[in-house]
Write a protein that binds this ligand. Structure first.
Ligand code: AMP
Length: 205
C-alpha cells in the first residue's frame, strides 16, 4: 500500500454500548455522515438466521441464549467483511469487537492492511433504563433474544466481557463516551459533535 492510498482511506470507527443503549439506531446515522458501510455482527447473524444459512443455524442457539457466538465463527466472518471492497474506504463497526480477544484479533486484522481504528464511541445508559427499553423493543420487534431473563443475561455479559475492552481503548486515547440518556435526536447531536471535532464528517454530510 502506498501512503497515497492510506491518505484516501476514510474513517474506521467502532460504536459500543450495552444492549438497548440505542447503538443500532445511531450506527446507521453515523455510517451515513462518515460515508462508510455500517457493519453489524448482530445484523449479519440475524440476516443469516432469516435466510436459514449454515452460519445462521450455528449462531442461533447462542443468540437465543444471550451468549456470544464463538470467536471461531464470528472473527473470520468480520475479517471477510472488512476485506470487502466497500470497507476499504472506511467502516463503522457495531457489535464487534465485544471482548479483549476480539479487540486483539481486530487490531491484527486491520494491521495487515496498515489500518487501525480512529475512534471508539461508547454510548452509556443506566441499567434499569436499558431493561425498560429492551422489553419495549421486544413487544415491537418480537426478537427471540429480547425476553427478560435473556436481556438481563446479555447485560451481565456486556459488563463482564465488554467493559474491560472499553479500558483497553481508553488507554489508547481512542475512546469517547456519549451520554445515551434522552431522545434519539438528543443523543445523535452529541455524537455528531464528537465526529465533527474529530474531523470525521464526510463532505456535504
Ligand atoms: P447485537 O445485535 O449486537 O445485540 O447482537 C445480538 C447477538 O449476536 C449477541 O447477543 C450475540 O449472540 C451475537 N453477537 C453479535 N456480535 C457478536 C460478537 N462480536 N461476538 C459474539 N457474538 C456476537
Amino acid at each position: 500500500m502506498t501512503s497515497k492510498e492510506a491518505d484516501q482511506r476514510g474513517p474506521a470507527v467502532l460504536i459500543l454500548g450495552a444492549p438497548g443503549a440505542g447503538k443500532g439506531t445511531q450506527a446507521k446515522n453515523i455510517a451515513k455522515v462518515l460515508d462508510v458501510p455500517a457493519i453489524s455482527t448482530g445484523a449479519i447473524f440475524r440476516q443469516n438466521m432469516a435466510d436459514g444459512t449454515e452460519l445462521g443455524n450455528r449462531a442461533k442457539k447462542y443468540m437465543d441464549a444471550g451468549e456470544f457466538v464463538p470467536d471461531s465463527v464470528t472473527s473470520p466472518m468480520v475479517k471477510a467483511r472488512l476485506e470487502a471492497p466497500d470497507a476499504q474506504k472506511g467502516f463503522l463497526l457495531d457489535g464487534y469487537p465485544r471482548t479483549i480477544d476480539q479487540a486483539y484479533y481486530l487490531r491484527n486484522t486491520l494491521a495487515e492492511s496498515g489500518r487501525e481504528l480512529d475512534l471508539v464511541l461508547e454510548i452509556t445508559v443506566d441499567f434499569d433504563e436499558v431493561v425498560k427499553r429492551l422489553l419495549n423493543r421486544a413487544e415491537i420487534e418480537g426478537r427471540s433474544d429480547d425476553t427478560e431473563p435473556v436481556i438481563r443475561h446479555r447485560l451481565e455479559v456486556y459488563h463482564e466481557q465488554t467493559e474491560p475492552m472499553v479500558t483497553y481503548y481508553a488507554d489508547q486515547d481512542k475512546l469517547v463516551q456519549i451520554d445515551g440518556e434522552g431522545t434519539i435526536d438528543e443523543v445523535w447531536e452529541r455524537i455528531y459533535k464528537v465526529l465533527e471535532e474529530h474531523g470525521l464528517v464526510a463532505e456535504g454530510k
